[in-house]
Design a protein around this ligand. Structure first.
Ligand code: TXA
Ligand code: MG
Length: 318
């Protein structure tokens, strides 16, 4: 199969109606989307990604009205968060209606719903009579692409089209929340920070984002988001190795040759570091280095999400 980039919504719509899986832009990372109500089309997503079938998918809908047939009940705490953050990078775990196919939720009685903010994806959803099931557009366990050409590199020959909506604004996956005992619980740290949620909620939501403690989000496995090249944290006073690549948050330390280094953000702004992280990881992964070293962000705000991803990405190599 030939894989092509396009900006034509008509082509994307037609492919989805035919039951194809296509790449789509979102404000977080690129997704691998199909008609969520077509079970054969959804099954192809698992096959293409190499993803275990016990790992459920997020349902992407235009708005609450479009999502209503798939939701049994919408808790007030989730309504509060969605009024503040949606459309945007927040995914809500809600009790599902019987219209949600089993394959989407992997047998759970809750479905993950997200209202994406990316204008091109919203324009597409407006023309579709069905929601989209979409995981991130990486091979299972790998780094999520945030640029259409990087989706092409990972999925060439496996899907017909990638809708090119430019670079993703946030660069990290959505934050996943649900309700337990009438309080918000965070199952995956993401683009919306704990601080941002706390301000709206008036309390700090509990974080349950470990595979062991968290059967709710089985995708939060210990090893994930990893490049092929062994990735390690850069330790203070790490000696320069000539066969290694280095990723710094803000500035290249003295003595490190620029051709072995990339910087995540000239400004040092956490949002910019987040936006560039996956793109830079994928780029450095392709340069033939024997190992990669990355500077650890400060553990606050978006830094907590960055560290969550990097801990999983480096765990595979430690
Ligand atoms: O930003 C995002 O959320 C991106 C874009 C494409 O929307 N999507 C994304 O999907 O990150 P994925 O499949 O790569 O990660 C979704 C996570 C997985 O860890 C999965 O286990 C969890 O959400 N999840 C999905 N449905 C669930 C459910 N019903 N119950 C518990 N966890 C669920
Ligand atoms: Mg993913």
């Amino acid at each position: 199969m030939k894989t092509q980039l396009t900006q034509d919504l008509g082509i994307a719509k037609e492919a989805l109606e035919k039951g194809h899986v296509i790449g789509v832009p979102t404000e977080t990372v690129y997704g691998l989307a199909s008609n969520a109500l077509n079970i054969a089309a959804v099954a192809k997503i698992f096959e293409i990604k190499g993803r275990p079938s016990n790992n459920p998918l997020i349902l992407h809908c235009l708005d609450r009205e479009n999502a209503a047939p798939f939701i049994m009940e919408f808790h007030d705490e989730l309504a509060l968060l969605s009024s503040k953050f949606c459309p945007g990078p927040l995914t809500l775990l809600v009790p599902k209606s019987e219209r949600v196919p089993e394959i989407i939720t992997a047998g759970s009685d809750r479905v993950a719903i997200r209202f994406p903010a990316h204008p091109m994806l919203r324009a597409l959803l407006e023309t579709l009579p069905f929601p989209l099931a979409a995981p991130s557009a990486n091979q299972y366990g790998g780094v999520s692409p945030t640029l259409a050409p990087q989706v092409l590199e990972q999925l060439m020959g496996k899907i017909p089209w990638i809708l090119d909506g430019g670079p993703c604004e946030y660069g990290l996956e959505s934050t996943i929340v649900g309700v337990e005992n009438n309080k918000i619980v965070v199952y995956r740290l993401g683009s919306i920070t704990l601080d941002e949620l706390s301000v709206v909620l008036g309390y700090i939501p509990e974080l349950k984002n470990n595979a062991a403690s968290n059967p709710q989000a089985p995708g939060m496995v210990k090893y994930h988001y990893a490049p092929h090249t062994p990735l390690h944290y850069f330790q203070q006073n790490e000696a320069l190795k000539l066969d290694s690549g280095y990723i710094f948050l803000h500035k290249i330390p003295e003595g490190f040759p620029p051709q072995q280094c990339m910087v995540l953000s000239i400004s040092g702004m956490p949002q910019e570091i987040a936006r560039n992280l996956y793109r830079v990881l994928i780029e450095m992964d392709s340069k033939g280095f024997k190992a990669l070293y990355i500077e650890k962000p400060a553990p606050e705000g978006l830094g907590l999400t960055l560290i969550d991803r990097l801990n999983r990405a480096t765990a595979k190599f430690s």
